[in-house]
Ligand binder design. Structure first.
Ligand SMILES: Cc1cc2nc3c(=O)[nH]c(=O)nc-3n(C[C@H](O)[C@H](O)[C@H](O)COP(=O)(O)O)c2cc1C
Length: 341
């Protein structure tokens, strides 16, 4: 109720400015308050704990990539009840992202439109921040690091660009994600085609094989892939030995939206994405689910939508837009519903 009033105030202000303000508050909280969860906190209910790609998750709901790109607020996400956190997308080269305005709310559709374009401080800065959280004993849930291609890097050099970021982050990441599915970096989604994807995946798997601790490696796909192309990408990942698929990123489709749509390009997240991302998750899981783990993301707003992702084959779920609309109590509400449901 309190968040509803705050939300109507916040929604009157430019979306990216509110995001920045929220991040300032959450990073101050993260730095100064070492909040640990009680053993009887619903976010630590043993009934929800699970082991996926060799990692133990206290509950299956994670914060999706993009909210905390530079790993500024890791302790706050744990304290809010998330069972894991995916930071990033980070790129080899720090970059400012696209011109503003580039983040919009679509309240009539419980959605967001963004064309941020991987604004981030770079993979090395992210690694330094995670090192610092870890050295201070502040990391209590698995942390994924999501990697993207720098805008300045040509597609043919993508494997080396991802490899640089992988080397920078692998020591401090519990798992690493190859993001080839954001719609806001020109040409990025073409890297989902099997030949291009193989080049990136093989480069990272080779580096991973040389490490003493092998890091689980995941690939995040777009909901706009044709089913056959998504299946081809999934088969490639399975054959090469990728540990998991994240389904899905935002969509460039504008179908199903009922309210006003901001002009210009960008990816839609939230409720309108639920159906396609869940259908794609089920399609891929039905095909290769015995051999690879799935993370379901897209339109998770409550325990019902989270449960639907689990039923479609996800071992873990993530949310971004649901948290924006649901507020600080979001993760615990979802988790509570999963325990009782
Ligand atoms: C503002 C915004 C920024 C995002 N940035 C990233 C990103 O940097 N990397 C990424 O892999 N996904 C990014 N995403 C996609 C989310 O991680 C997620 O896949 C997508 O929003 C669907 O989940 P949702 O419906 O719960 O928001 C972003 C989403 C939003 C709304």
């Amino acid at each position: 109720m309190a968040y509803r009033s705050l939300r109507s105030l916040a929604f009157a202000v430019d979306a990216e400015r509110v995001h920045r303000l929220a991040m300032l508050g959450l990073s101050a909280w993260s730095r100064f308050c070492d909040v640990d969860l009680d053993a009887d906190d619903v976010a630590r209910d043993p009934a929800l704990a699970r082991t996926v790609f060799g990692l133990t998750f206290p509950n299956p709901l994670g914060l999706a990539a993009g909210f905390d790109k530079d790993a500024e607020c890791v302790p706050a996400w744990q304290a809010l009840g998330f069972g894991f956190v995916e930071v990033g997308t980070v790129t080899r080269h720090p970059q400012p992202g696209n011109d503003k305005p580039r983040l919009f709310r679509l309240p009539a559709d419980r959605a967001l439109l963004n064309r941020l374009g991987f604004n981030n401080h770079g993979a090395e800065a992210c690694a330094r921040r995670l090192t610092s959280w870890r050295q201070r004993g502040r990391v209590k849930v698995p942390i994924g690091v999501n990697l993207g291609k720098s805008k300045a890097t040509e597609a043919k050099d993508a494997p080396a660009d991802y490899a640089f970021s992988f080397n920078a982050c692998a020591d401090v990441a519990d798992y690493v994600v190859v993001n080839v599915s954001s719609p806001n970096t020109p040409g990025l989604r073409d890297l989902q085609q099997t030949a291009a994807l193989a080049g990136i995946v093989d480069a990272l798997l080779e580096l991973n094989a040389q490490r003493t601790r092998r890091v689980p490696l995941l690939v995040k796909v777009a909901p706009d892939l044709a089913d056959d192309d998504a299946l081809a990408a999934a088969h490639l990942c399975v054959e090469r030995g990728i540990d998991g698929l994240i389904v899905s990123n935002t969509t460039i489709a504008r179908t199903g939206l009922t309210g006003p749509i901001p002009e210009g390009p960008g990816g839609i997240s939230g409720a309108p994405l639920f159906e396609r991302s869940t259908a794609l998750l089920k399609l891929l899981h039905d095909d290769v689910g015995q051999r690879i783990a799935f993370v379901g993301v897209g339109g998770v707003f409550d325990a019902g939508s989270a449960q639907a992702k689990l039923k479609a084959g996800a071992s873990l779920i993530q949310s971004y837009t649901g948290f924006v609309y649901g507020g600080p109590g979001f993760a615990r509400d979802v988790v509570k519903g999963l325990v009782s449901g």
